[in-house]
Design a protein around this ligand. Sequence first.
Ligand code: PGA
Length: 252
Amino acid sequence: MKFNYQGIQIFVKDSYEAISEKSAQIVAAQIILKENSVLGLATGSTPIGMYERLVKMYEEGKIDFSEITCFNLDEYYKLKPENEQSYSYYMDKYLFSKVNILSENIYIPSGITDDIEGVCRKYDEEIVNHGNIDLQVLGIGNNGHIGFNEPDIRFEAGTHLVQLDEETIKANARFFDSIDLVPRQAISMGIRNIMHSKKILLLANGENKAKILEKMLFEDVTPNIPASILQLHNDVTIVIDELAAKYIKHRL
Ligand code: PGA
């Protein structure tokens, strides 16, 4: 089922597999239409199925990553890339090691630095030097975060060091052996980086995302619900399952 709400395209699918398939098709279409696309990529559990399908399409010769550049949204502060919980490790595991992307075209903010400000400004510059992101893939946190832009009293524009919310730490503890091991800080692209992307693709799966999706779409734009800023972007596609659409479907 497809809806159009205030210019935002919303696809409601009946399973996680169907979300993964649809989102992989959207990313593949971008790669096919513009072979040197700049992709903004997300981690988390939601896009794993999408990455698996993109790898399959690559293996079948349908898409080619040789001219693609990727910028990741975020990385935990002080986690080494070889740490299995780092987003660098995640991206390698699910995508980069399985397709023909060139290593020099992969950008992930480095959490291993004592010059946070320098890393952040350089990341912003690299994004701008590449002409901004063509297609930004996003998940959404239970608290409305996009990337690690946590609820706040203002929007942070550029790449920055973030103090993670208790809610985010709890939600991400499932990936770690204990909650104490979840880093308390991360480096994240800012809202300007995300909003300057030409297209946005947001994925969400499951009932635990239903409430925040309703808030994101129907409440006023506020830094307290970071994803609400997407109401102001002119090319947003949302791909979700029936459970995540529970509170919005009747309002579309
Ligand atoms: P999830 O994370 O895909 O693991 O639910 C989404 C997010 O926190 O952005």
